[in-house]
Design a protein around this ligand. Structure first.
Ligand code: GAR
Length: 191
């Protein structure tokens, strides 16, 4: 059954769905044992129901601080017996509680060629800078904002004349292929 992983998401969850489908088609020899979300309105929740993946919701307002929220998440992740945490559009900095529990085993995908354009709306930042070479990075998560060790990157060209929506579609469809591919390589190196 391969590696057991949980996905963390805050929004649409299209990368989450792509990862689950990659496990179903055996492109990825792994199992998505659960989805953790931090927003009640995340569309990722609907996708999880359709994909038969268990979901657990954590709202920051339920907890005194981030550590308490992550301690609660950790109990669920351990109950699911997950070995890796895969962030896919999870828009929150992960803190020591989870980093200590999963050393080097928390991965993120970010829509820029890091170290360029950390943080929110990386695509918007790249477009504002009039970049014609855009890209995606898969990296390990550390205590910083998109600062962890880079595992792999992929770039693509734009003319600069396309509408943003078209660029977003291109970026997302590339992410959906790239993320499972990088995780496959990572997990074959370090099972
Ligand atoms: C993805 O483009 C991902 O790279 C980005 O959020 C989007 C989530 O889409 N992540 C970040 O910006 C992290 N800093 P999805 O919910 O459809 O997978």
């Amino acid at each position: 059954m391969g590696v057991r992983f949980v996905v963390f998401a805050s929004g649409s969850g299209s990368n989450f769905e792509a990862l689950v489908k990659a496990t179903q088609t055996k492109t990825l020899d792994a199992q998505c044992v659960g989805l953790i979300v931090d927003r009640a309105d995340a569309y990722a929740i609907k996708r999880a129901h359709q994909l038969n993946v268990p979901v657990s919701l954590y709202l920051q307002s339920w907890y005194v601080d981030k550590e308490a929220m992550e301690a609660s998440m950790l109990k669920q992740i351990q109950a699911w017996d997950a070995e890796w945490i895969i962030c896919a559009g999870y828009m929150r900095i992960i803190s020591k509680t989870l980093l200590d529990a999963f050393p080097y085993r928390i991965i993120n995908i970010h829509p820029s060629l890091l170290p360029k354009y950390r943080g929110k709306d990386a695509l918007g930042q790249a477009l504002a800078a009039k970049d014609k070479t855009l890209g995606i990075t898969v990296h390990r998560v550390d205590t910083g904002l998109d600062t962890g060790e880079i595992i792999d990157q992929i770039s693509f060209q734009i003319t600069g004349d396309e509408p943003r929506i078209e660029i977003e579609e291109k970026l997302h469809s590339l992410e959906h292929i790239f993320y499972p591919k990088v995780l496959k390589q990572l997990w074959e190196e370090k099972p």
